[in-house]
Design a protein around this ligand. Structure first.
Ligand SMILES: Nc1ncnc2c1ncn2[C@@H]1O[C@H](COP(=O)(O)OP(=O)(O)OP(=O)(O)O)[C@@H](O)[C@H]1O
Ligand SMILES: [Mg+2]
Length: 488
């Protein structure tokens, strides 16, 4: 028995010792000291090369690479492991930026290799600052160039995100040489706030992301690095909000071209010439403009703007967005691939979009009235997300009242764009008037809802009147209830 006890006791002692050692290493700084020793021993077996990135060049001009490295190092996770870090507030509220303290070292990993950065600062009169990259000679050939490229791209993306986005609008350019005026772009719309089929939303996000990375691909093909989107659908379905979401997502400035202020085709070219890269160029309601015979810009002016020679010279890194209520009567030359790469349909609200709006506007994920709302959508009643959103905002203090208003509005079927059956069903119903008046139908039909709907129609009435003809033809399209369609 004693013989059996001995190995068990020994095992127990070893395990306890290991446990104690682990506690000792992790609870104290011993683990870091051990790691440091190990690194110094490892360093003895490698040959290193050092690359200096000084803050200023020999003419005392700022070295742009120094700024890029500084931005890049502030973003990598290992900066938090450094012994001394400086904390600064960033440009945006609640933003905290980490900066490496002078003479601190941080590690970074790239393509399986480890590199180190030293923030060298000499305390002489010039206070010359330099980042020193320490890289194993064996890894240099494999990683140096792609690593510097990686720093360039990452810092560029980070800067882009931090940048304040601007909205440019074109002004009458009789005497002015500068045709654009800018204001800060503060539209709060993001991809999260847009009610849209989630698959489509993700596809669009990844389409934008892959566009950003495709510079060399486009140039290899001899094409301008631009992507064009057509957003089409009835009024109040989120087209303009989606443009804002794109700009916020990419951190791109928006150039909103008001075609009625453009003097002629050459003025249109000048406008394009004066846009900067990393921007969204937007033309709203293009269909209406094309149908207007009194305009000063010709169809060929528009076609050249979209995909002409000038475009291939100076439309690099731009997203072009055109919005329309209906694309049925638009010249196919405008819609051809190259001029428009992706077509995105913005339909009237369906039940899934309604749920997103209810969640966003009222914070309601589920409610007993949802089943009634769903039934109305199934029978073909429909409102635009803008109309539903307004009803929800007006009743945001009482989700039940808000949902009742939506049901009531769906019963009257917006302005009659949904199924005719449901309207007939209600008009034929002899008891309808009395129930409307008493506000008791199914416990949800309230005067409030109808009145609210009337108010909203007043707001939207003007726009509707203008776009009615287009919307009607659009709404008859067989896919108008199928969710957004996209040529991705
Ligand atoms: N899909 C949506 N998701 C979230 N909010 C929406 C959506 N569609 C519309 N809205 C809301 O409705 C309002 C109007 O939307 P927006 O101006 O984007 O519509 P639009 O399609 O551009 O209309 P129009 O064709 O009349 O210019 C905005 O305040 C927006 O918040
Ligand atoms: Mg709009």
């Amino acid at each position: 028995m004693k013989i059996l006890y001995a190995p068990i006791l020994l095992l127990f002692v070893i395990l306890s010792l290991l446990f104690l050692l682990r506690v000792l290493l992790f609870k104290t700084g011993l683990i870091y000291i051990t790691k440091k020793w190990w690194r110094s021993i490892e360093d003895c077996f490698h040959v290193y090369q050092f690359f200096k990135v000084p803050e200023f060049n020999e003419n005392m001009q700022k070295n742009h690479l120094y700024c890029e490295v500084s931005i890049y190092l502030s973003s990598i996770a290992s900066i938090e492991d450094s012994d001394f870090i400086n904390l600064f507030t960033g440009k945006k509220p609640h933003d905290i930026v980490l900066h490496l303290d002078p003479n601190q070292v941080i590690d970074d990993y790239f393509l399986g290799a480890r590199v180190s950065w030293i923030n060298e600062e000499k305390n002489d009169t010039n206070r010359c600052r330099t980042f020193v990259l320490k890289i194993r000679r064996a890894d240099k050939r494999k990683i140096l160039r792609p690593y510097l490229q990686h720093i360039h791209i990452t810092s560029d993306e980070l800067e882009q995100k931090k940048k304040d986005v601007k909205l440019y609008i074109n002004i009458d350019s009789h005497e002015q040489s500068r045709q654009w005026r800018s204001v800060p772009f503060k539209h709060p719309s993001t991809f999260d706030t847009i009610a849209m089929e989630s698959d489509l939303k993700n596809k669009l996000k990844s389409d934008l992301e892959s566009f950003l990375k495709a510079k060399h691909y486009y140039h290899r093909l001899g094409r301008a690095w631009k992507r064009s989107y057509l957003l089409y659908g009835p009024s109040g379905t989120g087209k303009s909000s989606f443009v804002a979401a794109i700009a916020n997502f990419l951190g791109y400035d928006v150039y909103d071209i008001d075609l009625s202020r453009v003097l002629d085709d050459s003025d249109m070219k000048m406008l394009l010439l004066q846009t900067t890269c990393k921007s969204v160029i937007l033309i709203e309601d293009l269909d209406r403009f094309l149908m207007d015979k009194s305009t000063r810009v010709s169809l060929s002016g528009i076609l050249n703007f979209m995909d002409g020679v000038l475009n291939s010279c100076c439309a690099d890194e731009r997203i072009m967005v055109y919005t329309m209520n209906c694309k049925d009567h638009v010249d196919p030359a405008i819609l051809r691939p190259g001029r428009i790469d992706v077509h995105i349909h913005f339909p009237l609200c369906d039940f899934s979009a309604f749920k997103t709006l209810a969640n966003n506007y009222l914070g309601v994920k589920d409610h007993k009235l949802f089943s009634q709302v769903e039934e109305f959508f199934q029978t073909g009643a429909s409102l635009s997300p803008a109309e539903i959103g307004e009803l929800m905002i007006a009743n945001r203090n009482s989700p039940s009242r808000a949902l009742k208003s939506v049901v009531a509005a769906l019963q009257t079927d917006g302005d009659g764009r949904g199924s005719l059956n449901i309207r007939r069903q209600w008009t034929d119903n002899s008891s309808r008037k009395s129930t409307e008046d008493s506000g008791e139908q199914s416990g949800v039909f309230s005067k409030e809802g109808v009145n609210a709907m009337k108010d909203i129609r007043k707001l939207y009435g003007l726009l509707r009147l203008k776009s009615r003809k287009n919307s009607e033809s659009f709404d008859r399209m067989p896919d108008s209830k199928d969710g957004q369609s996209c040529g991705l």
